[in-house]
Design a protein around this ligand. Structure first.
Ligand code: ATP
Ligand code: MG
Length: 339
């Protein structure tokens, strides 16, 4: 069986980083027909680990993320889209996995470490936040997923999940499936920088182009994009490394030959930022215009979107309950037969 599990936190609308890091691959894998089952999770419980005070925003963002999914081409007939908090098995599994993970191992997790610094938690780290890698292990293993398409920042999470799987299987027999990470083959796409040149486009950093931005907003963001601070006059030779406009061309433009020519011209001198940005805007619009249009169609029928989530959640619940039963059997805690 080839089973995919992946997802996003409903902490905001989805952006171009999500698109190249994970969404675009998901749609491709979905349409390849090579996978037996694809589970796409809206991780509201995980969002609450660092947004406990704003549950209404998390709820609204569930709808926004669902719109983003449907507008990029995730198809509910082929992919099961569901809401994490509605799957009780995930929380039971998390509780059991917690017993085989040490606090120091969680504190060493590089992604958790970086996020704690970024969020200024200092010593007031919510326990749920520190433990979210464990709940992520539950999310992945509850569906017997063996392939997890995500951005590079998730690599330490996958590593930790694999450790948990090995330990569980060692203690309780072959109860869990060990997953592998699936990273984009295009290196630029594994961690897309923000429009400000910072290492990662991220909702939290406010340096995003959203899939739902209108054309004028995208144009304004491209205009303010970080380029080469040493490239002042058009005739100056410019740098393409660290120049976000070229990074985005690497990530989004299919016409690699034109990108190579533009780079060469820019480095030689005589090519202005305005021209390259105009080309990038055209490339982005080619991708974003159809997404925007599909988004508007689904936005007009919210009941249908909620129905898709409800059906997906039912389907996911059935699978996760089955896996939980298997785990509890392995753990000798199935006292009253199979429930
Ligand atoms: P938050 O700041 O709330 O954590 P986020 O922008 O990091 O939001 P997530 O929901 O945590 O988004 O990530 C969802 C998925 O998108 C993950 O697989 C993550 O690796 C991927 N992803 C997020 N940002 C990028 C990026 N800039 N480049 C590539 N992949 C990304
Ligand atoms: Mg994140």
């Amino acid at each position: 069986m080839k089973i995919i599990l992946t997802g996003d936190r409903p902490t905001g609308k989805l952006h171009l980083g999500h698109y190249v890091g994970s969404l675009r691959e998901r749609v491709r894998l979905q349409n390849s027909g090579e996978y037996d089952k694809i589970f796409i999770m809206i991780a509201d419980a995980q969002a609450l680990t660092d947004h406990a005070g704003t549950p209404a925003a998390v709820r609204e963002n569930i709808f926004q993320v669902a719109l983003d999914y449907l507008s990029v081409g995730l198809d509910p007939a082929k992919s099961t889209i569901f809401i994490q908090s509605q799957i009780p098995a995930l929380f039971e599994l998390t509780a059991y996995y917690m017993n085989i993970v040490t606090v120091s191992r969680l504190e060493r997790n590089p992604t958790v470490k970086a996020e704690i610094a970024q969020k200024n938690f200092e010593t007031s780290i919510p326990a749920g936040f520190l433990c979210y890698p464990v709940s992520q292990a539950a999310d992945i293993t509850a569906f017997d997923a063996n392939i997890v398409p995500v951005g590079e920042d998730q690599a330490p999470m996958l590593e930790q999940t694999r450790e948990i799987v090995r330990k569980m299987n060692e203690l309780y027999g072959e109860v869990l499936v060990e997953p592998s990470i699936y990273l984009s083959s295009n290196e630029t796409c594994r961690r897309l920088p923000g429009i400000d040149g910072k290492a990662k486009m991220s909702k939290t950093l406010g340096n995003c182009i959203y899939l739902s931005d209108d054309k004028d907003t995208v144009a304004a963001k491209v205009k303010e994009m970080y380029t080469d601070p040493l490239h002042i006059k058009v005739s100056d030779p410019g740098h393409v490394e660290g120049n976000v406009v070229f990074t985005y061309l690497d990530a989004f433009c299919e016409d690699k030959k034109t990108v190579a020519e533009l780079k060469e011209h820019y480095q030689r001198g005589g090519l202005g930022d305005v021209k390259v940005k105009k080309f990038l805007l055209e490339v982005l619009e080619e991708i974003l215009a159809p997404i925007r249009q599909r988004r508007a169609e689904y936005e007009a029928k919210p009941e249908e979107v909620m129905k898709i989530l409800e059906r997906g959640t039912q389907d996911a619940n059935a699978k996760a309950s089955e896996v939980l039963r298997r785990v509890k059997h392995g753990m000798h805690i199935d006292y009253f037969g199979s429930r």
